[in-house]
Design a binder for this molecule. Structure first.
Ligand SMILES: Nc1ncnc2c1ncn2[C@@H]1O[C@H](COP(=O)(O)OP(=O)(O)O)[C@@H](O)[C@H]1O
Ligand SMILES: N[C@@H](CCOP(=O)(O)O)C(=O)O
Length: 313
């Protein structure tokens, strides 16, 4: 960042997320402790600078998702976007089902809102984020931290609730090397489902949310089963169906496809090492190149701050 910044310099830090948790399709998300960082500063001309190998291929232009979210805040307030220097760093891999696009959108929104002195409430940012992302589950978790249940209403509002999540919960993730764009993984879903599957989905989502809200982790293995999206998506990823099905027998409380995939996540306390070893074995046996990561929940959500020495970094 050059020494000639005009106006404030703000930074936003936003967590990754795992969405759906099985049956909570488009409604339930959990924030994870990997982050995207967005820094905004006034400048003589606009520049967008993605940094680091994980952001390779993201546009260094106003087409960048972070910049598009920044612009939405100014548009929403009826203000022209001034020339800005937008720097983006991230340790969330792209298109792996770990909420990179949600974090990028929330990062742009929260940073721009802080830049302008916080004119928009977080609830309004959630509505904007859900519109940009297309669903509120992962953006809700990224914005508020912990487990968030959020549903877009027909009038456009997005009421949400946060659930407590123990900080010693471990999220074990089998992260394939090959990306799967969310848009592509949504196209394989059927337009209509049977009443039987809809009824099952309703019950499962209720059971999932009740299990988390009451700390009944022993119910998770049942509650994370899903018929709405996983049956269509799991076959796209070698070994994924087996990882989800057998993880509870290898130390997991429950397991699911993370977001739209291709990552598979399992929740665990003491069993995390066993689950990780199981995931490594299945990936090797299925010929699925990738890495097993462990996360902790992020319970803070997006944060933004003004840097004290504007223009000096
Ligand atoms: N930090 C970022 N900066 C710019 N664009 C990003 C960033 N993170 C994600 N994106 C965009 O979002 C796309 C991935 O979104 P998506 O397919 O929904 O996967 P994910 O499950 O990781 O959210 C990337 O290909 C890129 O275009
Ligand atoms: N509910 C969405 C969640 C997508 O999350 P992402 O992290 O894969 O972007 C879906 O299942 O499509």
């Amino acid at each position: 960042m050059g020494a000639a910044a005009r106006g404030p310099v703000v930074t936003a830090r936003v967590p990754a997320s795992t969405a759906n948790l099985g049956p909570g399709f488009d409604a339930v998300g959990l924030a994870l402790d990997r982050y995207v960082t967005v820094t905004l500063a006034g400048a003589a001309r606009t520049s967008v600078i993605p940094r680091g190998s994980l952001l390779a291929g993201t546009p260094a232009s106003e087409e960048n998702l972070v910049y598009r979210a920044v612009r939405c805040v100014f548009d929403r307030l009826g203000r022209a976007v001034p020339p800005l220097r937008v720097e983006v760093e991230s340790d969330i891999p792209l298109a792996r089902g770990l909420g990179s696009s949600a974090a990028a959108i929330v990062g742009g929104l929260v940073a721009a809102n802080a830049y302008l002195g916080e004119p928009l409430a977080r609830e309004e940012l959630l509505v904007m984020a859900a519109e940009l992302e297309g669903h509120p589950d992962n953006v809700g978790a990224a914005l508020f931290g912990g487990v968030v249940v959020a549903v877009r209403q027909e009038d456009g509002r997005v009421p949400y609730l946060r659930l407590p999540v123990p900080e010693d919960l471990v999220v074990v993730a089998a992260v394939p090397d090959v990306p799967l764009e969310t848009a592509k993984a949504r196209r394989v879903l059927p337009e209509a489902v049977t009443r039987r599957d809809a009824v099952y989905a309703l019950g499962q989502t209720g059971l999932l949310v009740a299990a988390i809200a009451t700390g009944r982790w022993d119910r998770l293995a049942d509650a994370m089963r899903d018929r709405l999206h996983q049956p269509y998506r799991l076959p796209l990823i070698p070994g994924a169906e087996r990882m989800v099905r057998e993880a509870p027998a290898h130390g997991a409380l429950g397991a699911a496809l993370s977001g739209a995939g291709p990552t598979v996540v399992a929740f665990a306390f003491d069993g995390a090492e066993r689950v990780a070893a199981f995931f490594r074995r299945v990936m090797a046996e299925s010929g699925l190149p990738g890495t097993v990561w462990t996360f902790r929940p992020d319970t803070q959500g997006a944060r933004a701050w003004r840097n004290e020495k504007a223009g000096e970094r």
